[in-house]
Design a protein around this ligand. Structure first.
Ligand SMILES: Nc1ncnc2c1ncn2[C@@H]1O[C@H](COP(=O)(O)OP(=O)(O)OP(=O)(O)O)[C@@H](O)[C@H]1O
Length: 255
């Protein structure tokens, strides 16, 4: 019998600040599948993934994680989440290794890290090319290195489902390629992935389906062979003539 999908959203609606933001999203991520969410600013991509990780309640519809309704789902250690525009620097001095090791907490609880935990941390650092920076303070990292550390933190938990909101934002092409390689290895091991992206970049060959959102609804779904078309359509729709004067569509409440 096939396993239940890693994520299943059924006619999901959500409101923020009293305004409807998701208008009835249907979205599935099958086991081992890599799904990219594309769409213009404000189309509802982050809200969709935040609903999936339980940070935004639905007003109607449902979400199932690994076959369980989200309100009954308890196995959050199976999920690695990299939020949008988050920071590894918390104000207290912490090394890259310490931040990545914190990704094991959902598995170790208060138990000290064992050999298996340390191996998972080393592997995550290696995967994102940060092993040589393990002792560095996170406060000294560049934006791209910072993002790699946050992804390593999620990978250290050995998640079966990885959810990343704009993992390539502010990451140069060399780092994007390192992240693509890391993700490829993870996917080869069977991890399911939901990614919010603005462009597919080096991740494109990994993506099985691209779901384009518009105004809180699924506008179009592209299969693997159409990913290039999806990226092209998205580029035309979302970046037609960049206006340096325009204000980004942000409330600032999510930062
Ligand atoms: N905390 C909030 N309170 C009120 N409205 C919000 C809040 N967060 C987001 N919104 C609104 O919800 C809509 C969807 O936002 P969301 O962040 O999901 O879009 P997005 O597709 O991820 O955009 P971006 O590409 O800019 O990250 C936007 O109109 C946004 O202004």
């Amino acid at each position: 019998m096939p396993l239940e999908p890693a994520i299943c959203l059924c006619n999901a609606t959500a409101s923020l600040g009293g305004r409807p933001v998701l208008g009835g999203i249907d979205l599935k991520v099958e086991r081992g599948e890599v799904v990219a969410l594309l769409g213009a600013n404000g189309s509802g991509k982050s809200t969709t993934v935040r609903a999936v990780v339980g940070q935004v309640p639905l007003t109607s519809g449902g979400i199932e994680l690994f076959g369980a309704p989200i309100h009954r789902f308890k196995q959050w250690q199976r999920i690695g989440y990299v939020p949008q525009r988050s920071t590894a620097a918390s104000g207290v001095p912490a090394s890259v290794r310490e931040v990545v090791a914190s990704g094991r907490l959902s598995r170790t609880r208060l138990r000290p890290l064992g050999r298996g935990d340390r191996a998972a941390v080393d592997r995550a650092l290696e995967l994102v090319g940060m092993r040589g920076h393990a002792r560095d303070s996170v406060n000294q990292l560049s934006g791209g290195q910072h993002q790699r550390v946050l992804i390593a933190r999620a990978l250290a938990g050995e998640p079966e489902l990885l959810i990343m909101d704009e993992p390539l934002a502010g990451v140069d092409l060399a780092s994007q390629r390192i992240l693509a390689d890391a993700l490829r290895e993870q996917v080869a091991e069977g991890t399911s992935v939901l990614l919010v992206l603005h462009e597919l970049g080096p991740l494109q060959p990994l993506i099985d389906r691209t779901v384009v959102l518009k105004s809180g609804l699924v506008e179009k779904i592209y299969g693997r062979s159409e990913a290039r078309d999806a990226a092209a359509v998205h580029d035309l729709a979302c970046h037609p003539h960049p206006d340096p004067e325009s204000e980004p569509d942000r409330t600032g409440l999510l930062t």
